[in-house]
Design a protein around this ligand. Structure first.
Ligand code: NAD
Length: 516
């Protein structure tokens, strides 16, 4: 009923000569204002503001979407599937606190709003999924692979994330969902995962594995009548592959290396290449370097999107807003120490040194651009003391504890200490992020742009860095600035939605009230 009410209240039509709604497309022209900076020899910065005309064209026809998860039977995979089913069927269940109904808290597409303007002195906000047309999560089809053969209902019980009464209600719907056989290269994930690897593709021929995954994607798409499929990695964190010239550097070499079953081609890279060759977008939810330069080149050649790396769910989300706040307030963070302990299978995998290293790198690099933005605080180096500790404590289960200490230097040499204790079911944070990553990637597949002088419409850069808000270590194309600040990432995402819908970017000036 609430959904119905929301639909009734909110509907946007932009009243402007810059926007047209025709033949199933929203076409909007947008003036992008930026500035070129020249560093002159005398130490002066010469700043030249410029305006560039863009036209964005969004196809409003929402496709039937198939989602394939690598690691479907894991904590995230099962929680994501259960969450979508619970919402679709409008389930409610009992917990010790009373009756709970399904919701999408934690998903920006389903539960956040974007300011569209003012009505008198009232600021008016619209749900993100009503600013531009997104796939409705009720309508997607889910499938995927796992090295463990458990069906999704058994796997959901193994995960120990959801309330028992909800599990009981979902059991009949998830019992028949069975993961496809997966690629398993032992050396890439922790040895402690071996005991669950009873659903794997045979042999060591990587080209055969690639072909099987491609066939799986095609069959899944056809069997479910999908218009398109998106593949997302939510399997265990792999160790980094050792980047080798002649193996990972070009699209041609990656394909050759798969043919030759090169040892340093990871399982995740084979999934990514198979996905790209099938013309589908690929999203990497873990920290490892799946998307090597040759895979990026292949994605560009095949005109598909890639997104990565590593879901930004808890500690890093806070870190990239807190450090942004401190540095922009003129306060100098000097050290950050992050302790995590968790007891789920992710934690078990990360208790192995090589896999921990992938996570450590992803967690550590997230404040560098923020400290680098302030030469008053960091005149020489912007590197601060930043330590990451992760411990596997089985009894804590999926309820991850994160403890962070931030030490900063303040006025006249004073010291400022901030300590945070963050407790949360890890997969209940990750599942809505998985949904957002997929739905926004799908939307971006339907958007094209033209800029001054271009004859034909183009698609966004195939390395979709706009989704950095949802990623711990955002993958960017070469010569693209890396942005980790949570606020900047969210405002860029909101403003791209607004630009495509024909609205101005929000600069929060509210001049009509300040200069009445
Ligand atoms: P999980 O261990 O519960 O699930 C991973 C699943 O992947 C398992 O079922 C495993 O059997 C399967 N798997 C392993 N190798 C595979 C392969 N080659 N092919 C197919 N399946 C394979 O872990 P999780 O808690 O669901 O997390 C999944 C990933 O997401 C981890 O890498 C984790 O680091 C990352 N991540 C999670 C969060 C979070 O908040 N939960 C945040 C950021 C990143």
């Amino acid at each position: 009923q609430l959904k119905k009410k929301l639909k009734k209240i909110f509907k946007m039509q932009v009243n402007s000569n810059n926007v047209t709604y025709e033949n199933g497309f929203i076409q909007a022209s947008y003036q992008y204002k930026s500035s070129n900076v020249e560093k002159l020899e005398n130490g002066t910065l010469k700043v030249t503001p410029k305006t560039t005309e863009y036209t964005f064209k969004t196809n409003t026809k929402v496709p039937k979407l198939g989602i394939m998860l690598v690691g479907w039977g894991g904590n995230n995979g099962t929680t994501f599937t259960a969450g979508l089913l619970a919402n679709k069927m409008k389930l409610s269940w009992f917990t010790k606190r009373g009756e709970q109904t399904a919701n999408y808290y934690g998903s920006i597409t389903q539960a956040s709003t974007i300011k569209v303007g003012c009505s008198g002195s009232e600021e008016v906000y619209l749900p993100m999924n009503q600013v531009l047309p997104l796939v409705n999560p009720d309508d997607v089809v889910i499938g995927g692979w796992d090295i463990s053969a458990l069906n999704l209902s058994q796997a959901m019980k193994r995960a120990q994330v959801l309330e028992y009464n909800l599990i009981e209600k979902l059991d009949p719907y998830m019992r028949d969902m069975v993961p496809k056989k997966a690629i398993y290269y032992e050396d890439f994930i922790a040895a402690n995962q071996k005991t669950r690897a009873d659903n794997i593709l045979e042999g060591h021929n990587k080209l055969e594995h690639l072909e099987t995954i491609r066939k799986d994607i095609r069959e899944f798409k056809a069997a479910n009548n999908c218009d398109k499929v998106i593949v997302l990695w939510t399997a265990n964190t792999e160790r980094f592959c050792q980047l080798t010239p002649g193996v990972h550097d070009t699209a041609e070499n990656v394909l050759k290396a798969i043919e030759n079953s090169e040892a340093e081609i990871s399982a995740s890279t084979v999934y990514a290449v198979a996905t790209i060759l099938e013309g589908c977008s690929y999203i990497n939810g873990s920290p490892q370097n799946t998307l090597v330069p040759g895979v990026i080149e292949l994605a560009k050649q095949k005109d598909v999107f890639i997104v990565g790396d590593d879901f930004k769910s808890g500690q890093t989300k806070i870190k990239t807003s807190l450090v942004d706040f401190l540095v922009s307030a003129g306060i100098k963070p000097q050290s950050i120490v992050s302790y995590n302990h968790l007891g789920n299978n992710d934690g078990k995998n990360l208790s192995s040194e090589k896999q921990f290293k992938s996570k450590e790198l992803s967690k550590k690099s997230c404040v560098d651009d923020i400290t680098g933005s302030n030469k008053i605080l960091y005149p020489e180096t912007n590197k601060i003391d930043h330590e990451i500790v992760i411990k596997y404590v089985p009894y804590t289960g999926d309820s991850k504890k994160a403890m962070d200490e931030y030490l900063s230097e303040i006025f006249l040499g004073g010291q400022h200490t901030l300590v945070l204790y963050n407790v949360c079911e890890d997969s209940l944070l990750a599942a809505p992020i998985i949904l957002d990553l997929i739905l926004i990637t799908e939307l971006f597949e339907r958007i094209e742009y033209k800029v001054d002088g271009m004859r034909t419409f183009q698609r966004f850069n195939r390395v979709l860095s706009t989704l950095g808000y949802l990623c711990k270590a955002p993958l960017t194309d070469e010569n693209t600035p890396l942005v980790n600040s949570l606020y900047r990432q969210k405002s860029a995402l909101d403003n791209i939605f607004k630009a495509c819908a024909g609205l101005h970017a929000d600069d929060n000036l509210l001049l009509e009230f300040k200069c009445p």
